[in-house]
Design a protein around this ligand. Structure first.
Ligand SMILES: [Cu+2]
Length: 280
């Protein structure tokens, strides 16, 4: 066929493909780079949970959510959401540190928040997630069993301070460490009770990264973790001079500089009792 016949056909095809009333392409883009963790069905809604790996693991989990209205097959853009993770243990149940849920930056259908699972069972069992949400003034709630897998390194630590308070510390950054001065980011929470884990503000966490496999050497230009009241996390410079296994020895101090947990690393003491691990 000659070009002058082909072109109108091409234009007609283009016209019809653009004019079809179909939002699927735009919706797919909103979860680009994310993997589906789980789908939860609740009457007329389907809730989709996503993160980068497509699975929950112990430690800090950034979670993306979408709610689909099954009657219209479209995603809800103006829902109000909250959640409650729960771990059922032999003698009691408890929740975990978590954020509020808000609309993800620049997205129409994706909501976002974090959950820090401080523990799990070896077969990933024990946890459930309750989602409460409001659409057009109507409240909904659903509870579903979830799987939380044990992360390979200690990326979170639960401990009792010398003040008798239980704390949860979780490594958030660096996610992809490199031989450089990395930005280190951690979350620090206290266990007020089994259900409530508020952020701990204005403490200091001394940082001493070491390579136990290589004479316990450290690295230059590290800084201690200090609180940032803009996002409620703690930040430091973490200097990693080579690849391998690093033990991030820590020492938690309250606002009065009282040591709540952890010890200095010395010739006689090769590690702090408070630490996180990193391997790259
Ligand atoms: Cu537990």
């Amino acid at each position: 066929m000659k070009l002058k016949y082909l072109l109108p056909i091409a234009f007609i095809a283009l016209f019809f493909s653009c004019s079809t009333d179909n939002d699927d392409d735009a919706i797919v883009n909103e979860t680009e780079g994310l993997e589906l963790i789980q789908t939860i069905f609740n009457n007329n809604q389907t809730i989709e949970l996503y993160n980068e790996k497509g699975m929950f693991e112990t430690g800090y989990n950034l979670v993306s959510l979408r709610i689909k209205d099954n009657t219209t097959d479209s995603y809800i853009e103006d829902a109000i959401l909250s959640w409650m993770p729960m771990m059922q243990m032999p003698t009691m149940e408890h929740s975990s540190p978590k954020s509020t849920i808000s609309k993800a930056l620049g997205k129409d259908t994706v909501y976002e928040g974090f959950i820090i699972y401080q523990m799990t069972n070896t077969d990933a069992s024990g946890w459930s997630l309750t989602l409460n949400y409001t659409i057009d003034g109507t409240d909904y709630s659903v509870t579903e069993t979830i799987s939380v897998f044990q992360y390979e390194n200690q990326n979170t630590s639960t401990f009792m301070g010398s003040d008798g308070t239980n704390y949860i510390l979780a490594l958030i950054e660096p996610k992809d460490p490199s031989i450089a001065v990395n930005e280190m980011k951690v979350g620090l929470f206290k266990m007020e009770n089994m259900m409530t884990f508020p952020v701990v503000e204005d403490y200091t966490i001394a940082l001493d990264p070491r390579m136990p496999g290589m004479g316990n050497h450290t690295s230059p230009n590290n800084t201690d973790l200090t609180y940032n009241n803009a996002d409620n996390f703690y930040y430091a410079d973490l200097s990693l001079t080579m690849t391998g296994y690093w033990k991030l020895n820590l020492k938690l101090m309250n606002a009065n500089d009282d040591v709540l947990k952890g010890e200095d690393v010395t010739d006689e003491n090769e590690a702090s009792s408070l630490y996180l691990e990193l391997e790259f």
